[in-house]
Design a protein around this ligand. Structure first.
Ligand code: PHE
Length: 385
C-alpha cells in the first residue's frame, strides 16, 4: 500500500461532493456581523441573496492587488462559486419565489461584475501611481560629474616618441611579448652563452619551451625584416619588455621603443642625423647629443647616445652623476649576421637600429626622479598630467 498513513485507497482522491457553503457575513449583512450562514446547494432564498451580496462585495473590496482580485472573482463568480450554484438552483425553488429569485440573482451577478471591474480599474490606477512615484525623474537636478581620467606619463612619453619618429617617416610595427628564443636571441646574434641569456635576466615560459618574455623590442627588427626583405624598411615599435631585475632603478617590466631602417646606402651619418632630430623633438631644439662607442651583439659598430643633462644644463649634478650627460639609448649599424637573418644581403643593404627606454624618457621629460613612481599609480603624481 502506498497511500498516506491513515488514508485508505477508497478515500484518496474521492473528495465528498461540495454541498454547503460556509462563510462569515460582512458587517452590512442583515443577519449581523460575524454570524455564519449555510447555503444549501440547489436552492437559495431571496432573502439570502443579500448575505451573498455583502460577502462578495467585501471580498472584492478586500483585494489589494489584481491577483487577489482574480482569486475573488473565481471564488464568487466562478463556475463552482455560490452565485452560479444559486442560479443553477432557481429551477428547484418554489414557483412563487422563482421569478424574484432569478431577478435578484441576475442583478447580483451584474452588480458583482461591475464591482470587480471598478475594483480592477482602481487597483491599476493605484499601482501606476505607486510606480510613477517610485520612478520619478527630476530633469532639473544637476548632473553628476564623472571624474575624468588622463593619459599616464608613460603613455605621454610613448606618444611623443612615436610622433617624433613618424615625422621622420618611420611606420609603427608590432611584435608579441611572449617571443621565441630564436627571435629574441639567436637571430639577433646573441649566442647561447651570452649573459643576457642567463637565468637571472630572462623570464622563461614554463609551458612553452623555447619561448621567453621578450627581454627587449629588438626581435621586432627580425620580424619586420622578414616581412619586407629585400625591400627597404623603416619602422618603429613600442611596448612592454621583461627582465628579472627589481631594484630602485629597475622594474621587472618596463617599456622600450625600437627603431630600424634598412636600405641601400644607409650609413652611420643617417643614424646620427635621425637620433639628433629625434632628440630635438623630444627634449627641445637646443639639446646636445653625444655618441659613445659601445657594444651590442646585434649592431656593429654600436653607440650609446647621451644628451646634455636636462637637469643641470651640463654643469654636472646628482642625476647625471657630475658628468653633464645622461645616457638615453643604445644604437648602431645592424650587424651583417642580423641582416642575413632578416633576409637581406649585407653586401647590398645596410641599416641602423636603436632602442630607447620609455621610462627613462618619461623621467627626463617630466623631471621624475624615481622609476617606481611610474608604476605605483599614486594619484598625487598622475593628477599632474
Ligand atoms: N635592444 C637593446 C637593449 O635592450 C637596445 C638596442 C636596440 C641597441 C637597437 C642597439 C640597437 O638594450
Amino acid at each position: 500500500m502506498n497511500g498516506a498513513p491513515g488514508c485508505s485507497p477508497g478515500e484518496r482522491g474521492a473528495l465528498p461532493k461540495r454541498r454547503w457553503y460556509r462563510g462569515v457575513f460582512a458587517t452590512s449583512s442583515p443577519m449581523g456581523a460575524g454570524s455564519s450562514f449555510l447555503l444549501r446547494k440547489g436552492w437559495v432564498a431571496v432573502k439570502d441573496v443579500e448575505a451573498l451580496r455583502s460577502e462578495a462585495l467585501a471580498g472584492i473590496a478586500a483585494a489589494l492587488d489584481e491577483a487577489t482580485l482574480e482569486r475573488a472573482r473565481v471564488e464568487w463568480l466562478g463556475r463552482k462559486g455560490p452565485l452560479m450554484d444559486a442560479l443553477r438552483g432557481i429551477k428547484d425553488a418554489p414557483a412563487a419565489e422563482r421569478r424574484d429569485l432569478g431577478l435578484a440573482l441576475n442583478r447580483l451577478r451584474d452588480e458583482l461584475e461591475a464591482a470587480m471591474a471598478a475594483r480592477q480599474a482602481e487597483l491599476r490606477e493605484t499601482a501606476l501611481a505607486v510606480r510613477m512615484q517610485a520612478e520619478t525623474l527630476d530633469v532639473t537636478l544637476p548632473g553628476r560629474p564623472r571624474a575624468l581620467g588622463g593619459p599616464h606619463p608613460l603613455q605621454l612619453a610613448e606618444d611623443a616618441l612615436v610622433r617624433a619618429l613618424r615625422q621622420l617617416g618611420f611606420r609603427l610595427a608590432e611584435g608579441p611579448e611572449v617571443e621565441s628564443e630564436e627571435l629574441n636571441f639567436e637571430a639577433l646574434n646573441i649566442p647561447k652563452d651570452h649573459p643576457a641569456r642567463e637565468m637571472h635576466d630572462t623570464f622563461f615560459v614554463a609551458d612553452l619551451p623555447g619561448y621567453v618574455l621578450r627581454t627587449h623590442t629588438s626581435p621586432v627588427q627580425i620580424r619586420s625584416m622578414r616581412a619586407h626583405a629585400p625591400a627597404p624598411v623603416r619602422i618603429i615599435t613600442v611596448g612592454r619588455v621583461y627582465r628579472r631585475d627589481d631594484d630602485v632603478t629597475h622594474s621587472p617590466v618596463f617599456h622600450q621603443m625600437e627603431g630600424l631602417a634598412i636600405g641601400e646606402g644607409i650609413g652611420m651619418q643617417h643614424l646620427k642625423a635621425t637620433l639628433y632630430e629625434f632628440c630635438r623633438a623630444i627634449f627641445g631644439r637646443d639639446v646636445r647629443i653625444r655618441l659613445r662607442p659601445s657594444y651590442f651583439p646585434f649592431t656593429e659598430p654600436s653607440a650609446e647616445v647621451d644628451i646634455g643633462c636636462v637637469f643641470c644644463g651640463g654643469n654636472g649634478c646628482r642625476i647625471c652623476k657630475g658628468t653633464g650627460f645622461i645616457e638615453i639609448l643604445g644604437s648602431g649599424m645592424v650587424h651583417p649576421h642580423v641582416l642575413r637573418e632578416g633576409g637581406y644581403d649585407p653586401q647590398i643593404q645596410t641599416g641602423f637600429a636603436f632602442g630607447v627606454g620609455v621610462e627613462r624618457i618619461a623621467m627626463l621629460r617630466y623631471g621624475i626622479d624615481d622609476v617606481r613612481l611610474l608604476f605605483q599609480n599614486d594619484l598625487r603624481l598622475l593628477r599632474q598630467f
